[in-house]
Design a protein around this ligand. Structure first.
Ligand SMILES: Nc1ncnc2c1ncn2[C@@H]1O[C@H](COP(=O)(O)OP(=O)(O)OP(=O)(O)O)[C@@H](O)[C@H]1O
Ligand SMILES: [Mg+2]
Length: 282
């Protein structure tokens, strides 16, 4: 064997050794990669499960909250308001009896009566806001109309409401109707609290795959990302709206621009079990 072929053979042997080393290294890396992939898959599965559990828990909390509101609302409406009405009736009777007595007593009774009447009205309003019986008895549109009428009168905000095909809306599950009602309630409350607007519009549209609700105002704008990112103590309105909507498989968005005011948009699937992240109606 000449020196050249000896040298070539040596190079070949070295190359084989290097190749072997490289193969071993790659195999080791491959095993490590598969191991970390399995670990990652396991972590992902665990986090998905936890997310699902969290969703379930929030669902339960919101349902329990609605039940509790229903209970307090009934209690306020049926018990306390009846007691106040009873007191008022007695006061009226006392006033008649006092006709022959001093006028001072009559005046005092009249003042007390007015206080009681005010309390009855406040209790009714509070009960309606907690859980409007109309929502269960007549449906979302009548409940919203009643709420907006009272809200507009109390705050001076002009609210224009448009809605299509109430049938389809009322076919929504009780939970979905409640969620839409709560979102409208919070969005309108925000308009009077923050927007300094003179007008608000509420619209509900039915599309083939879902129901869109929009609450817009002509007030001052705000930085939505800042408001969403900023977990200020006590400010839960927007976060709460979004959570409620996502819980029923809907999509939530807010747009706010100088000179254009703010628009809160919600789209929820008509059928149950819809996935979150639907396109929000334009
Ligand atoms: N329609 C709106 N117009 C102008 N600013 C708004 C409007 N809606 C919300 N904002 C701004 O976004 C912030 C967050 O609103 P969010 O409803 O989360 O909290 P909040 O109303 O301050 O408190 P909470 O709703 O918990 O009582 C508000 O403080 C306000 O600055
Ligand atoms: Mg708010």
């Amino acid at each position: 064997m000449n020196t050249k072929s000896h040298r070539l053979e040596l190079e070949l042997t070295n190359a084989r050794k290097r190749l072997h080393c490289e193969t071993v290294k790659r195999k080791t890396a491959d095993v490590a990669l598969r191991k970390s992939q399995r670990h990652y898959d396991k972590l992902l599965a665990e986090s998905c499960l936890m997310q699902e559990q969290l969703r379930h828990l929030s669902h339960q909390i919101l349902l329990a909250q609605e039940e509790e509101r229903k209970h307090i609302s009934r209690e306020l409406h049926d018990d306390i308001s009846q007691i106040l009405t009873g007191i008022n009736v007695r006061l009226a009777a006392l006033k008649i009896e006092a006709t022959n007595n001093s006028g001072n007593l009559k005046k005092k009774i009249s003042i007390t009566q007015r206080l009681v009447e005010k309390s009855v009205a406040a209790v009714h309003r509070f009960a309606r806001e907690l859980r409007p019986a109309m929502l269960d008895d007549l449906g979302l549109v009548p409940a919203l109309l009643a709420f907006m009428k009272e809200f507009g009168k109390r705050t001076g905000l002009q609210i224009h409401f448009t809605s299509m095909t109430a049938d389809r809306i009322e076919q929504l599950s009780n939970l979905k109707r409640t969620m839409l009602f709560r979102v409208a309630q919070e969005a309108l409350t925000n308009v009077t609290k923050h927007a300094q607007a003179s007008q608000a519009k509420v619209s509900i549209r039915v599309q083939s795959d879902g129901i869109c609700m929009e609450i817009s105002d002509n007030g001052k704008s705000f930085d939505v990302n800042h408001a969403l990112g900023l977990k200020r103590r006590g400010a839960l309105g927007i976060i709460g709206m979004r959570e409620r909507v996502e819980l029923i498989g809907g999509a939530f968005s807010i747009e706010s621009a100088p000179g254009k005011g703010t628009a809160v948009r919600v789209k929820i699937p008509i059928r149950s079990g819809g996935k979150a992240g639907l396109e929000v109606c334009a």
